[in-house]
Design a protein around this ligand. Sequence first.
Ligand code: HEM
Length: 480
Amino acid sequence: MSIIKKISELPRHPDPVIMEPDLTRVHEIFEKLADRHGKMFTVQFADQLMMVVADAKILNFIVCKRPELFGPYRRNSRILEAIKTDGIETADGHDWKRQREIIAASMESIYLAQYFETIKAAVEALRNRWITYGENLAEINLEAEIFGFSISVFTSIMFGDMADMPADEREAAESLMFNLVSVLGKRIDALLPQMHLENISEDKDFEEAIKKLLTVIENRIAHSRNILAGNNKTGKIRSQLQVLMETIEKEGLANHDVKLTENILQLLLAAEPTTADTLLRVLHCIAENPQAQKDIQDEVYALLGDCSHIEDFKDIKKLKCIDAVILETMRIASSSRLVLVEAKTDLLLEDIEVPSGTPLVLLIAYCGLDAENFHQAAVFDHRRWQRESKAESEPHNSKAALGFGAGPRSCPGRGLAMLVMKTVLAMICANFQIRRVPETPLSNETMSKHQPFSLGFTLKFRDRHHDFIAIESREIDNVY
Ligand code: HEM
């Protein structure tokens, strides 16, 4: 019979944790502490004791017991409420369920097939853009390219054809997102108790950007309402916003019942940086692993022949190797590294008594690199996801690959994110050769820009018919 222990009996980091000014790297502090204290320990932050968890089984238990036993971390929710970005991520209980159902319905595969047309157009535009750069392609910043692509694709999926938008709204929707994402990253990390919002210098610009974006969203909602109420109600649904509004109406709800405005902003903010960052990490891993690149090229050449991109939505399912490379990148170098929750009641975690209100830091990326969960865990091996028999690469605990989270609150955008990533990666690998050229490491100045997606890639261009276009990445030290 196991003996019940108090949370105070867990290993405890002796000193209060002081955060670095670079808040986008907060996870590193916890991951380093896990190396020292094991997979369950506590740390003290200012006035608050936090429990840190890195064990795959316990993590799965926690994420699957939402919303009954665990909810979102309330300090985080208060910050997001204050800046009016409180939608599904901060919702709990019945409110969360209602919002989740509407959002999940807008990501069903029947709609993904429609959004695919928008994705295809954005991927073609990206390819044409790179080709027109000619020799100057070497000068451009691949981070900005991929990030710009991600913003453009998810904004178009949400609002429909961007060309139909008034120029000032389009500008606001696209360029504000660029600045917003890095600042919001800092705001979210400001949830840690000793952080103070007043210390974030961009506050004013941030409030302004949020306000402008919310106005754009409200205008778009009004625009979609007109379309849905008009004669072309029977017309083909193209935008995610229209799908959301139709579903809300079908369920007999009002927009404010599901915080539609806030959730549109939250969906854009949840989709764009994560997908761009993951894509950059995949490109880096492909550049680092020639076998992965060759396997993908064989797959896309066999599927596409001379075509430069995927035409048919049904073909996306056939991209098994790209799928495996994305999964492996997310296992070894995930961009989502921690989730914060709060115990809603007194409960037992294994043999530990956890009091109601305890904040828990879930190290969802750490367990993907744990030798207990994956054979040669530190080695990039995309084929581990494709082997029919896992016996040759045991252990293989797919429940420890938590890049999209797990359970009822796992990422509802997973299918859409995979669709976007697979479509653009197929185009890149069919047309370009990705190569890593060690150059000067990124300067401290570049690294201190607080861009979570900052991976320091550059592009070089050569005509495909003579050889391949080369995408080159600078040496970086913090991807894995
Ligand atoms: C590669 C890209 C992406 C990654 C790595 C990612 C990762 C995650 C993770 C780790 C969570 C937390 C899961 C949990 O707590 O168990 C999450 C939640 C969420 N994601 Fe994503 N995500 C991505 C793309 C997207 C996209 C494209 C959308 C929407 C279009 C989206 C919308 C959301 C929303 C709304 C939530 C909150 C769900 C809830 O609280 O019920 N994500 N995502």
